[in-house]
Unconditional design. Structure first.
Length: 232
């Protein structure tokens, strides 16, 4: 089977699981009334947005036998990235960098606006400004400068996530400590999976990304069976 097709199928599985994880986190809000769960749920769904064009286009091709345009796929894969970064900033600054919250939100908002302006300019004028044309139907290749934008967003998310997890690991409360350990593993898994994708090993990368999404859900929710097994 074509490795790109396998990668697209795994991307679909990853996006589906991650979206479900995000929805489950948001649903927890209605029991706990903790608004952070809404931010985390939405942020996690948006974090995997870069994998959505392959997943969505795979379904579309199977249904219609034609591919979505570059413009639509670029929109699917990029539109909400700045919003996801802002939501994630609201989450992690609750525990770390709290005194810098306003400054970080302002900085990421400005960067996000620039990102959106460039995105829509490319969509309505010349899509090759951000996408290498032609690209495979199931694997879009971005221009180097646009990749820098995406890598920066990903690095900020991962570094802040690791800092958030490490702070939790140092906490005296055993539940928070365990949550931090699992989340730390989840973000490391996400990093490894993303790096494998960058060096053109998308199949093992996507498999690891799938595990990272499950680890993130377990770490953030910390189900009772996990507590009973790991907390004495």
């Amino acid at each position: 089977m074509d490795p790109i097709l396998i990668s697209a199928i795994l991307a679909l599985v990853f996006v589906s699981i991650s979206t479900l994880v995000g929805i489950l986190l948001i649903a927890k809000y209605f029991k706990s009334k903790d608004k952070t769960l809404i931010y985390v749920g939405l942020a996690w769904i948006i974090i995997v947005e870069a994998w959505m064009p392959s997943a969505v286009n795979l379904i579309y091709i199977l249904a219609t036998r034609v591919s979505l345009s570059y413009q639509i796929r670029a929109l699917i894969g990029n539109l909400f990235i700045p919003l996801g970064l802002i939501l994630w900033t609201l989450v992690f600054t609750e525990l770390v960098f709290k005194k810098y919250r306003k400054h970080l939100l302002l900085l990421f908002t400005i960067v996000g606006i620039v990102f959106e302006i460039l995105l829509f300019y490319a969509l309505f004028t010349d899509i090759s400004l951000i996408i290498i044309v032609p690209s495979h139907d199931l694997n879009m290749n971005y221009q180097p400068l646009w990749m820098v934008f995406q890598v920066v967003f990903s690095v900020i998310t991962l570094v802040s996530g690791l800092a958030f997890s490490w702070k939790s690991i140092k906490h005296e409360n055993p539940e928070i400590k365990l949550r931090g350990k699992i989340l730390f593993v989840a973000f490391i898994s996400f990093l490894i999976g993303a790096l494998l994708g960058i060096i053109d090993l998308p199949v093992p990368g996507n498999i690891i990304m799938i595990t990272s999404s499950i680890e993130f859900y377990i770490g953030y929710i910390l189900p009772d069976w996990i507590k009973k097994r790991f907390i004495k």
